[in-house]
Ligand binder design. Structure first.
Ligand code: HEM
Length: 180
């Protein structure tokens, strides 16, 4: 996983819980923690940090990863405003994931494996988003989608009919959008 994701975790944790908490997470996970944005680091390190946080807070892994995604999105919006500014809805923004955002990410961060999604655009107030990755980070996707909705002043209701963590082929996310 690219170091930018670790950098985002450090910033979101430090902003909410303080830098000491980030240091405690590193220590608890037995990690050094000098992550550079373009470097690549084992996924296990990210999971070790998440699991240390889960044990300290008494929360489930999916809930912590979802929180992380939602808290990270405003940082991405500040860093990459050009991905957001042409759009005025969460749905329109999300539909650029495959064609614009993640392809750019693969150029900016050589060696990045950023997931592609299959879209179901049948209903104009909803979006079907099928996610498949060896990383099984659908809760990160959910958090990033919730953060995107915050950005566009919308509420989202996300359900997952299937999930690879429950033994299914892929995670079938269904998103319903409401303007606030
Ligand atoms: C400005 C917007 C975004 C940027 C710059 C961005 C960038 C990235 C980067 C750098 C990674 C790490 C790739 C790697 O380490 O190989 C990543 C992974 C990921 N992104 Fe995005 N992303 C953005 C928006 C989103 C949104 C809105 C979603 C929601 C569906 C999303 C879903 C994911 C997921 C689930 C991963 C985890 C990797 C995996 O599943 O294998 N991203 N993204």
């Amino acid at each position: 996983m690219k170091g930018i994701v670790f950098n985002l975790l450090e910033q979101t944790v430090s902003d909410k819980y303080g830098e000491d908490t980030w240091d405690a997470l590193l220590e608890g996970a037995g990690l050094e923690g000098s992550y550079t944005a373009v470097g690549s680091y084992p996924d296990e390190e990210l999971i070790a940090l998440v699991d240390t946080g889960c044990a300290a807070l008494g929360v489930e892994q999916d809930d912590l990863i979802r929180w992380f995604g939602r808290a990270a999105l405003p940082l991405l919006a500040a860093k990459y405003p050009g991905f957001f500014s042409p759009y005025d809805s969460t749905r329109a923004f999300l539909m650029t994931l495959n064609e614009i955002i993640h392809p750019e990410v693969r150029k900016l961060f050589p060696g990045a494996y950023a997931p592609s999604f299959e879209f179901d655009t049948t209903n104009e107030n909803d979006l079907g988003l099928a996610y498949h990755s060896h990383r099984n980070l659908c809760s990160f996707a959910e958090g990033l989608i919730e953060g995107s909705a915050d950005h566009f002043g919308e509420a989202v209701d996300i359900t997952q009919a299937t999930c690879s963590k429950r033994g299914d082929q892929l995670c079938d996310l269904h998103i319903h959008f409401t303007k606030l």
